[in-house]
Write a protein that binds this ligand. Structure first.
Ligand SMILES: [Zn+2]
Length: 318
C-alpha cells in the first residue's frame, strides 16, 4: 500500500515542541513574534516601536507617541487570560496535532486546568480557527453536498423537534483529481436563495460545480458558476458515485471525527465552530509542523470574544 503523505509526515514532535515552547519566556517571545512579526505597532495610533517594561508578571509596551500601554494579549482572543502562556501553547499544540481535534475533557486532563477553563480555551481556539477560515473561497472544480449535523437526540418524545439538527453545505475543491481545500457553511434551509448567497461568498466566479440532483444547487449558476448535476441512486449507490467520491469521503471523515472525539456536542449552538475547526485542520493538513505557529498567530490576530459571545455565538446562516 502506498504511503499516505498526510498521515506519514513527521509533524512537530513533543520533544521538539518542548524545546521551542517549554518555558514561559520562550512562549512570550514566540507570541510577540506571532503578533508583531515586523516589530511592535501601537494598536491605537499605528506608531512603530515602543519601550517595553514589566509590571508584575505582565509585559507592557508603551507607545512613545500617544503614550498608550499595550499588553501582549490585549485586543486579542487571549485578552484577560490569567493562565501562563505556556499552557496556551500546549493547548494549541494538542488541538493542532490531533487529527480529529481534542475534547474539553482531554484538554482538562492534559493541561491540569478545571473543565470550565478547558472548555473556554477550546472554544476560543475553535473561534480563532473559524475566523481564519471565514474568507476562504474555493475555485476550479468543486463537489458539493447538502448535509446535517446532529439530530440523533430529539428533545422530548412527541415534540417532533430535532432541535440539535443543523443543515449545512459541504464543498470540496479538487486540484488534479485530488482534494485541496474544503469549506463548510450553515444554511437556514436548502433553498435556491440560500445556495445563491452561499455561492457568492464561498466560490470564485467561473468555478465548475458538481452536485447531486438537489434542485436548489442549480442556483450556483445565478452567481456565475457552471453546474453539473449528477443524478444518483439512493443509499450505497449514491455514496459510491465516482463524480461525487471526494465530497462523500470528506463528509464521512467529518462525521467520524466529530462523533469519535466530542460527546454530546450542542450542534444547534456551536455547529459552525466545529465545522470550521475541522475545515481549518483539513486545509492545513500538509503542514502539520507549521500549524501550531499558525494557530498561535490566528489567536493573537482574531477579534476578542466576550464571555456571552463564547457561550452564545452569533453564527451566520445563509
Ligand atoms: Zn500610539
Amino acid at each position: 500500500m502506498a504511503m499516505n503523505r498526510v498521515q506519514f509526515q513527521s509533524g512537530l514532535s513533543l520533544p521538539r515542541f518542548l524545546q521551542r515552547y517549554g518555558s514561559e519566556a520562550q512562549c512570550i517571545q514566540a507570541l510577540v513574534q506571532a503578533r508583531w512579526p515586523q516589530g511592535f505597532v501601537c494598536p491605537r495610533c499605528q506608531h512603530a516601536g515602543a519601550s517595553r517594561f514589566q509590571r508584575g508578571v505582565q509585559w507592557l509596551w508603551q507607545c512613545p507617541k500617544c503614550r498608550a500601554q499595550t499588553s501582549l494579549t490585549a485586543g486579542t482572543l487571549l485578552a484577560g487570560t490569567k493562565l501562563p502562556l505556556r499552557t496556551w501553547w500546549l493547548a494549541i499544540y494538542l488541538i493542532c496535532q490531533a487529527k480529529n481535534g481534542v475534547s474539553a475533557l482531554e484538554l482538562m486532563r492534559c493541561l491540569g486546568v478545571c473543565y470550565r477553563t478547558a472548555w473556554r480555551m477550546k472554544h476560543k481556539l475553535m473561534a480563532a480557527m473559524a475566523q481564519g477560515e471565514a474568507g476562504r473561497q474555493l475555485r476550479e472544480l468543486v463537489q458539493l453536498d447538502d448535509a446535517y449535523l446532529g439530530g440523533e437526540h430529539p428533545r422530548g418524545r412527541g415534540a417532533g423537534q430535532w432541535t440539535n439538527k443543523v443543515p449545512f453545505i459541504a464543498a470540496v475543491e479538487l486540484h488534479q483529481g485530488r482534494p485541496r481545500h474544503v469549506r463548510f457553511d450553515l444554511v437556514g434551509s436548502f433553498c435556491r436563495q440560500a445556495v445563491h448567497r452561499w455561492a457568492q461568498q464561498a466560490l470564485c466566479p467561473g468555478t465548475h460545480v458538481v452536485s447531486d440532483g438537489l434542485s436548489a444547487f442549480t442556483a450556483v449558476q445565478w452567481a456565475g458558476m457552471s453546474h453539473e448535476p449528477i443524478v444518483v441512486g439512493t443509499g450505497r449507490r449514491s455514496v459510491q458515485q465516482p463524480r461525487l467520491l471526494w465530497i462523500n469521503t470528506v463528509l464521512g471523515n467529518l462525521k467520524t471525527a466529530l462523533s469519535g472525539t466530542h460527546h454530546a456536542v450542542k450542534f444547534g449552538k456551536y455547529a459552525l465552530r466545529y465545522l470550521r475547526a475541522h475545515q481549518y485542520r483539513f486545509n492545513r493538513r500538509f503542514d502539520l509542523a507549521g500549524m501550531t505557529g499558525q494557530l498561535a498567530q490566528a489567536l493573537v490576530r482574531a477579534q476578542p470574544l466576550s464571555e456571552p459571545r463564547i457561550r452564545e455565538p452569533a453564527e451566520i446562516r445563509r
